[in-house]
Design a protein around this ligand. Sequence first.
Ligand SMILES: Nc1nc2c(ncn2[C@@H]2O[C@H](COP(=O)(O)OP(=O)(O)OP(=O)(O)O)[C@@H](O)[C@H]2O)c(=O)[nH]1
Ligand SMILES: [Mg+2]
Length: 462
Amino acid sequence: MKNDGKERMPYDHPGASFCALSTPPGESAIGVIRANGPLAEALAVSLAKVPYPTPRHAYFCDYVAVDGKVLDVIILTYFEAGKSYTGDALVELACHGNPLILQKVLEDLFKRGFRLAEPGEFTRTAFLNGKMDLCQAEAVAELIHARSEKALHIAERQLKGGISAHYHSILDALMAAIAHLEAYIDFPEEDLPSEDAQGPLRDIAFCLSKVKKMLATRHYSALLHEGVKTVIFGAPNAGKSSLLNAFLGEDRALVSPEPGTTRDFLAERILVGPHALRIIDTAGLHTPTSKIERCGIEKTFLKIDEADLCLFVVDATRPYPAFDAALWAALAHKHVLLVLNKTDLMPPPYPTAAPWNALPCLPISAKTGDGIDALKRAILDAVEAEDLSEDEDLIICIRHARALEQAETALADAFAKLKDGAPVELAVCDLRFALDCIGGILGKVDNEVILGLIFSKFCIGK
Ligand SMILES: Nc1nc2c(ncn2[C@@H]2O[C@H](COP(=O)(O)OP(=O)(O)OP(=O)(O)O)[C@@H](O)[C@H]2O)c(=O)[nH]1
Ligand SMILES: [Mg+2]
């Protein structure tokens, strides 16, 4: 599935007329069916009863099926080829949101020659028609599945071409470097303009630094998509499960005065400001007396190891628990907030920092809810401190990361070869590989542009 970079004529894939319900199944006020492809215009003509449907005009009309039956009263909007979401001619039918009506309309569309769209086919068609690059197509899916304001915001920026612009700037610099070097390979005797011999090295260094910056956001992308992994841990009975329940505003986890209530971890999603958090309640840490307790505690350590943020819950009415070295080792490189719970049972003042290593200390009562908002603000600060990206458009997903890693190696190799005076052809080979990697992210590599650069920039056509 590669965009060749050229605008396709919308009708050069006859027969590809497809339709689908674009709103969720089930009863609703309105159900929108989209019908795309060569048959779309004839559909609009037949339903709107006009010889030439006006694009982007709302037609209030009956949906008259091919057998003459009126299936619904609808609003029809026609988008001409080239100016629709997909780039093909497209009709949007806003029907009444009754699943029966929608099913009948779809069946009628099948009789008219449309087939059911495959998953993602509207967006895939938009990509193939050059309406968007692969990054933007991915952003459409991100936008639909985003589970936090932050993820939504970043998907919107990606859809508007934010990240694509960064990739294009890398591609431009890479193509300039290749063009420069290939000109010397192909025309060694030519009297080339006095180009800066350091130019390709500078271009490659620019690409390398940008690729490194983008790769550094890998972790942040996982936070966005899976939620910030936030582990609640502490001694038995400290109120860890009560804290999870306080975050959720419901009695999700079992709470009891008996220590050792939670044996296995429990994970739930919450939103804190614009961020999604995956909150994990764990079994209390203590010296295990049974095999099952040992398993629970081992899982707690595993969760701490995977955590982006740790909430260390301490019972304010009891002496600070003494944990062994293994716990402190596990926490060494973790972002930890100390949560002093059950403050409803003791009067202020409360300590502001933990006695061991000045961890910020947040007094709360999971029972009354006091301090939970301040704790959420502290979590928000901690999450924002994790924000590695100076530019939100630099945030990449796993697919991009894989391609960028390969590009990074190839760029570094090319840089080293040029510096060491190795044959220029070898460096160009690496750069072309990097170009393919980055071009693959966008879904296109345009060799014409490189040729164009060689012959225009260096005026070699004489
Ligand atoms: N007064 C008061 N009691 C609390 C508070 N938080 C929890 N408790 C009580 O403390 C006891 C233990 O609470 P849990 O939430 O089950 O504690 P836990 O840390 O999950 O315990 P384990 O799962 O056994 O490790 C229960 O009786 C709770 O009602 C609080 O803020 N104030
Ligand atoms: Mg518990």
